[in-house]
Design a protein around this ligand. Sequence first.
Ligand code: PHE
Length: 472
Amino acid sequence: MATQRGGFSSRLGFILAAAGSAVGLGNIWKFPFEVGQGGGAAFVMMYLFFCFVLCFPVMVAEIAIGRKTQLNPVGAFKALGYKNWAIVGYLGLASGVLILSFYNVVAAWAFGYFVEMLLGHFDIGSRFGEFTADWITVGSYSIIFMLGTAYVVSRGVSSGIEKAAKILMPTLFIMIVALIIYALTLPNAMEGIKFYLVPDFSKITGNVVYSALGQAFFSLSLGMGALITYGSYVSKNDNIVSSAASITLMDVGVATLAGLLIFPIVFFQANGDQEVLGGLLKGGEGLIFESLPAVFESLGSTLGVVIGALFFLLLSFAAFTSTISLLEVPTAYVVDQHKISRSKGTWLVAVFIFLVGIPSMLSAGAVDWLSNFITLEGAGDKSFMGFVALIASDTFLPLGGFLIAVFTAYVWKKENFNMEMANGDEEIRGSWLQSYVDIAIGYICPLLLGTIFIITVLDNFMGIKILEMVLG
Ligand code: PHE
């Protein structure tokens, strides 16, 4: 069975592929604008806290479940003997399909911007709304992006997913470091760094806490079985705890680097004008797509093209290794559970998800009622795409994380979990790290994630802002 499914050829291959899944639009596009809206360094500290304290143990649990069963999320729960819990696997599949359906559209924007930068069209920033509303152009880019993703996934684990990660991840790292070095030479760069790194705790409100947790989960690809699936291709002799630590560090590292890149640029652009600065920082999803092209333009036509194209290529690469993992989850499901060949399975799933994504694609200006889909008062992003993100990433992922923690601690049981953890890592037995992971999975994660889930539902679907009431 294992030979038919394929597997990662090395531990490094697994770490890079999983880090590739984690590092994505979440780190480079979403993280900086959430930091901007959440008051800078205070948000960053909450985010780091959640990544290490809450998310890391869930990641270990996901990888352990995957490696133990060598199956996709649905098959994994069944194989452990708990048929009813397969519902968590189905929830994961649904999250994966929904997230990829809109993620591919944003990835298409990034890729489209790369092309626009190459053509020297710096005014694209002021035409962002026009660009996203142009469904023929965005549709073409998203077909290209989905085709590329499906091509890699159809080639299998070691010669597709792992190979792509081994090329893309180091390239991404070099690009981001090069861009940071450049950004730090810009006037006012240090002001940006200060905003980013010196915390102002008065900025921590209920909303900041809750979006930092959502961001940590989304960014680490947790709660939908992406790491159960990747874990199912890991060798029994590999150390999964230290792999999970490396993946978390890389993801957090790239998000941190993305901030070092974006904030110097933002403060350079504002040039001391507080009003402009405030507008940029509050700009949300437009922070990158609306503001950066003008900055690139100010660098002059040659340098601007190089730096601008490099930046959006970086964003596209980061998105690509994530779309690969998002497509792999439902693909592994149809391959394992329905015995369809990998290549056929991949293309079927890819076409299906592309179709599911069409309303999201049309909701960024092309079709009015889809663009103003959410009627709930106070909702930030009112588009259909925002609605899908709200359901799949903000609601399903923390719910999935909660259920995975409860399952691991109380259904599968700690002894079995610890036994799987110790495969390839004898030293973990009885260590403080193991005790910590056990306590987190058994108590901290269920409690905090359960609470957050309830708060999210009340807040987003009923308009009751509990955290705001308590924290102000
Ligand atoms: N972690 C990815 C990002 O930060 C998104 C993702 C979520 C990928 C869930 C796979 C699963 O962009």
